[in-house]
Design a protein. Structure first.
Length: 348
């Protein structure tokens, strides 16, 4: 099946809804036409001159990056500037640029789950509370064959909602009425009801607000190492798992480390929360001198694993999810990864 950039954008929005993004963030479409046909997509941490050149030379129609290319507003489009030249290349090569940033940091299966997975953390839970998404329960009645069709639609397009979907009826009696029950985030309710009516026709349904709490979304993750380690062993573990050339740290490396908190990118302001929640080691990036000093002073071992290395783990994870979804949907799509990306910082 042939697809467009919008099909991939819609898929990304089901995994990392843009309402999860921080208020200062600018995820979503960056450059290009959402209706552009896509046969090959490149997954990258950043949009760079190098990977755009690669994309143009190798038939890539779309780049999905973690960092938004147009994070800051531009007021003049100078095609001789480095950013303007990239925009020009994207447009003339008909390459769509799309980003999922802080929404992918918070989303389940996003950056921080990939980071926790790369470190082999077990029994992971959320770290920094972000928001609670109100949930509604829908109970509906429809001809069974229509209810079955809608059930398949939800499982394909909304996997998380599909996991809560119960369909009762007799598969041998197509004329029988089927009862559907499923939970849905309140912001997606109008869309789901429209799709249900489109497939099932005019039907009766009841709505119930789930008073026992909605879906809690968190940024960062906390979990346990495969086994307790000394601080030095844990730091070496982080260095090896993330492929770091060097690893800065602060705090006592002789302490025992079992519980680890992680937050990809820049998360230094959450060191005190990591300590309060019982972390022995906090792994993040972009630490400053006094922030590291404060963390060490409160008895926390903190590792500055860098912005690049703590977030690049999402590239293969996201590529794998898109490949799997494309196969399940029958999409004619090739997914490639930006394996040549390098940290903007180097060492001598």
């Amino acid at each position: 099946m042939n697809i467009t950039a919008k099909d991939l954008m819609d898929l990304m929005d089901t995994w990392a809804p843009q309402d999860l993004a921080e208020s200062w963030d600018h995820p979503g479409l960056q450059v290009g036409d959402p209706n552009e046909p896509v046969k090959k997509v490149l997954i990258a941490l950043d949009v760079t001159a190098e990977n755009v050149e690669y994309a143009a030379a190798h038939g890539v129609n779309m780049i999905i990056s973690h960092h938004p290319f147009l994070f800051k507003s531009i007021h003049t489009l100078d095609l001789t500037s480095w950013r303007g030249a990239i925009i020009g290349k994207l447009i003339t090569s008909r390459i769509v640029s799309f980003a999922a940033h802080t929404n992918l940091d918070t989303a389940r299966g996003g950056v921080n789950d990939a980071l926790a997975g790369a470190l082999g953390l077990q029994d992971c839970k959320g770290f920094v509370p972000e928001k609670t998404r109100p949930m509604m329960k829908v109970a509906a009645y429809a001809p069974f064959v229509k209810a079955k069709e809608f059930h398949y639609r939800v499982k394909e397009a909304y996997p998380d909602i599909g996991k809560t979907f119960y369909l009762l009826g007799d598969f041998d009696d197509a004329a029988r009425v089927g009862k559907m029950e499923f939970n849905v985030p309140s912001e997606k309710l109008p869309q789901l009801l429209d799709e249900m009516k489109s497939i099932c026709g005019p039907i009766h349904y009841d709505l119930y607000e789930l008073k026992n709490g909605g879906r809690h979304e968190t940024m960062g993750r906390m979990g346990h190492l495969p086994h307790p380690m000394t601080g030095r062993e844990a730091l070496e573990h982080v260095k090896k798992c993330l492929g770091l050339p060097v690893l800065r740290y602060a705090g006592n490396p002789e302490r025992t480390v079992d519980t680890v908190a992680v937050l990809g990118g820049a998360g230094s302001e959450f060191a005190s929360l990591a300590k309060a929640k019982g972390a022995d080691l906090y792994v993040t990036g972009d630490l400053k001198y006094h922030e590291a000093q404060d963390a060490a002073g409160m008895g926390l071992l903190v590792a500055d694993a860098g912005h690049f290395y703590t977030e690049r783990v999402v590239v293969p994870a996201l590529a794998g999810r898109i490949r799997q979804a494309a196969a399940e949907k029958g999409w004619d799509l090739e997914v490639v990864e930006d394996s040549e990306a390098r940290d903007v910082f180097d060492h001598v």
